[in-house]
Design a protein around this ligand. Structure first.
Ligand code: AMP
Length: 178
């Protein structure tokens, strides 16, 4: 087994496409084979944080639920704290909430009001950028608590859904683009 850092193409070849999950017409990008491979998991974290060194980031924020996996590992590498943005109703303490539109209806995500100190340098991570509604709502929560967003990073970007357009003004990084 090679211990060289994997390329984004190698990570892409481990991502499994599941048609019609969780509903007809959606092709689900299953990242569990990336997580299960030690070299691909570590390499995907290295690639996600490659613009940063320990000391440059105070907090890595991960989005419920697969974003937690990448953000927590990135936080350890960067010697930064980890903060979760969760679906509404899951966080036990006082929260800020942000609604965002889905194709039908709305969703809401939340952050603890004291989770990120004003002026903190934050890296925001999720597994996948689709329409951008989730990440834009998370960025709005971080603005509410006064964080400085250094970058928003994704393992996967579905570029045909133009999620980047909802994240104008933020540096965006994605490793595997469809
Ligand atoms: P969006 O708000 O449309 O950018 O959706 C992003 C969120 O939905 C992320 O947290 C993803 O985990 C999840 N998601 C959306 N589309 C997919 C997909 N095709 N495969 C896997 N996860 C997805």
């Amino acid at each position: 087994m090679s211990h060289s850092r994997p390329t984004p193409a190698e990570i892409e070849s481990a991502i499994r496409n599941i048609p019609d999950f969780p509903k007809p017409g959606i092709q689900f990008k299953d990242i569990t084979p990336v997580l299960a491979d030690a070299r691909l998991f570590a390499g995907s974290i290295d690639l996600l944080i490659s613009n940063f060194k320990p000391g440059m980031v105070d907090t890595v924020v991960g989005i419920d639920a697969r974003g937690f996996i990448f953000a927590a590992a990135a936080a350890l590498r960067l010697q930064a704290g980890f903060v979760p943005v969760r679906k509404k109703g899951k966080l036990p303490y006082q929260t800020h909430e942000q609604n965002y539109d889905l194709e039908y209806g709305t969703n809401s995500i939340a952050i603890h009001t004291d989770a990120v100190k004003p002026g903190s340098r934050v890296l925001l991570i999720d597994d996948l950028l689709a329409t951008g509604g989730t990440a834009a709502a998370a960025a709005a929560l971080l603005q509410k608590v006064g964080a400085e967003i250094l970058e928003i990073s994704f393992l996967i970007e579905l570029s045909f859904l133009t999620g980047r357009d909802k994240l104008k003004g933020y540096p965006i990084r994605s490793l595997v683009v469809y």
